[in-house]
Write a protein that binds this ligand. Structure first.
Ligand code: SF4
Length: 220
C-alpha cells in the first residue's frame, strides 16, 4: 500500500467529506517527479500532482481515467505536500480539472515550504489557491469562468481541427497583455495539425508552438 493510501485508512466517510470540503484531503490520482513537457516551462523539472475528477468532457482527452473522482482515493493534503517536498521546488497541479476542489490549503502549505505552485486548468470552476503560474487551457465543451482570463500567465490552446484557430483567437482576446500564448497540436492529430500550426504562428507571431515533448521523450 502506498504512503498516500495509508494516510486516510482510519477515517470515517463524514470526516473524509469534511476534509475534502476544506481542501485538507484531495482525490489524488497520481504524483510523480518528471520534466514539464508542454508550454512556457517546457524542459524544466517539476513534481506533478494529478487530482481526479473532471466533467469538461473533451472527446480527445488523454487522461480519461481521471474523470471519475470516485476512483481516486481521498488523500491527506499534508501527506501530498510532504512527498512533494522530497522531490522538487516546483509543483504542477493538474488533473482532471483540479479547480473542482478547494486548493487554498494545498497551495498555502506548498508555499510555506518554499515550493512554487503552478496549475494547469480549463478554468471552468472558480479559482482557488495562490499561484506562481497559471496555465489556462480553455475547452469548448465547458468554457472558463470570466475572472480567470486576466489571471492567466499562459494560455494553451489545443488544436484538433481548423476551427480551433478561431476559438484560440477568441480566447486570447480575453487574456491580459502579459499572457503568453501557445498553440499545441492535439496528439492524435499532430501529423495533420502541426504543419498548420507552424504556418499559423509564422503569420501570427504573438503565438508560440507548444509540443507535448514528454510524449516524444517517452516520460510521464
Ligand atoms: Fe481531459 Fe483536461 Fe478536457 Fe478534463 S479538461 S476532459 S482532463 S483534457
Amino acid at each position: 500500500m502506498s504512503i498516500f493510501a495509508r494516510s486516510s485508512i482510519h477515517m470515517t466517510k463524514k470526516e473524509t467529506q469534511e476534509k475534502i470540503a476544506l481542501g485538507k484531503m484531495l482525490p489524488l490520482m497520481e504524483a510523480f517527479y518528471t520534466i514539464q513537457g508542454e508550454g512556457a516551462h517546457t524542459g524544466t523539472a517539476a513534481y506533478f500532482i494529478r487530482i481526479g475528477g473532471c466533467d469538461v468532457g473533451c472527446h480527445w482527452c488523454d487522461v480519461k481515467e481521471s474523470w471519475n473522482e470516485q476512483l481516486h482515493p481521498p488523500t491527506l493534503t499534508d501527506v501530498i505536500v510532504k512527498e512533494a517536498k522530497v522531490h522538487a521546488n516546483t509543483v504542477v497541479i493538474t488533473g482532471g480539472e483540479p479547480l473542482m476542489w478547494s486548493l487554498d490549503y494545498l497551495t498555502e502549505s506548498l508555499r510555506n515550504s518554499q515550493i512554487k505552485t503552478h496549475i494547469e486548468t480549463s478554468g471552468a470552476y472558480p479559482l482557488s489557491g495562490k499561484w506562481d503560474w497559471i496555465c489556462l487551457s480553455p475547452k469548448k465543451t465547458k468554457l472558463p469562468l470570466s475572472k480567470i482570463y486576466q489571471e492567466a500567465d499562459e494560455l494553451k490552446m489545443i488544436v484538433h481541427n481548423e476551427h480551433d484557430f478561431e476559438f484560440a483567437e477568441e480566447q486570447a482576446a480575453k487574456t491580459s497583455g502579459n499572457c503568453q500564448l501557445f498553440l499545441q497540436p492535439e496528439w492524435s492529430k499532430k501529423e495533420l495539425m502541426t504543419p498548420k500550426i507552424v504556418a499559423y504562428v509564422m503569420k501570427n507571431p504573438k503565438w508560440k508552438i507548444s509540443l507535448q515533448t514528454h510524449k516524444y521523450l517517452n516520460i510521464p
